[in-house]
Design a protein around this ligand. Structure first.
Ligand code: PRP
Length: 205
């Protein structure tokens, strides 16, 4: 069993803060070219793999990485079988239901809800006892109610700017999300000393 620890780090809005935490915890990296997608630490047996946020879960579930940095929003959506090691306390946002500020008449017998989080949305409306049709989209969710594709959206709200710019507002908060450190459950059992040490470093930095 190799003692090298591979960490799946999300590209995009969580990338800079994730790298900052890794560096603050004492991990040093050589400079990388912009297209290099994996980096080895120069002072520890640690490598990081830079992947799409959604793919962090897949890399860790399939043991391609030991641990990963991923938002609670994605964990709630995919409910992966992973060990949750720590809340890293950044990337705070809310999962919320939003709709146009100027209410558009809903003529459909069943309300349509557009979202990138169909599982979260379905569970939320089922619990509320409200029948809805879920429309899965991959981005720019805020457009859906403005152009008649849906009546409401379920999406993450960070600064709230996207909702505001598109004349939408939150009507219900579903849960608060922040970034979590997760591990593959089998690899965690095999390397728990090292992984616990890394977790401590990350959470105390
Ligand atoms: C996310 C989310 C909202 C926006 C919220 O989209 O789906 O659209 O960010 O952020 P805000 O509250 O700070 O405005 P993302 O930027 O990931 O782009 P996407 O629409 O292409 O998924």
């Amino acid at each position: 069993m190799s003692d090298n620890i591979k960490i799946a780090v999300p590209k995009g809005r969580l990338f800079d803060k994730s790298i900052e935490i890794l560096k603050k915890s004492g991990i040093k990296f050589a400079d990388r070219s912009a297209r290099k997608l994996s980096i080895d630490a120069t002072n520890f047996p640690i490598s990081i793999l830079i992947v799409r946020a959604k793919d962090v879960i897949t890399y860790v579930e399939y043991k391609a990485c030991d641990i990963g940095i991923v938002g609670l929003d994605l964990i709630r959506e995919y409910e992966p079988d992973l060990v949750n090691l720590a809340d890293l306390g950044f990337g705070k946002c809310k999962m919320a239901v939003a709709e146009p500020i100027e209410k558009i008449e809903c003529w459909r017998p069943i309300k349509r809800v557009a979202t990138k989080f169909p599982h979260v949305a379905e569970a939320f409306f089922a619990k509320a006892g409200l029948p809805v049709e879920i429309i899965e989209l991959y981005g720019s969710i805020e457009l859906a109610p403005l152009y008649g594709l849906a009546d409401q959206i379920v999406d993450i709200v960070d600064t709230g700017k996207t909702l505001k710019e598109n004349n939408l507002h939150v009507v219900e908060e579903i849960f608060s999300s922040s970034v979590q450190l997760v591990a593959n459950s089998i690899l965690y059992k095999a390397k728990y000393r090292l992984i616990d040490e890394i977790t401590k470093q990350f959470t105390s930095s």
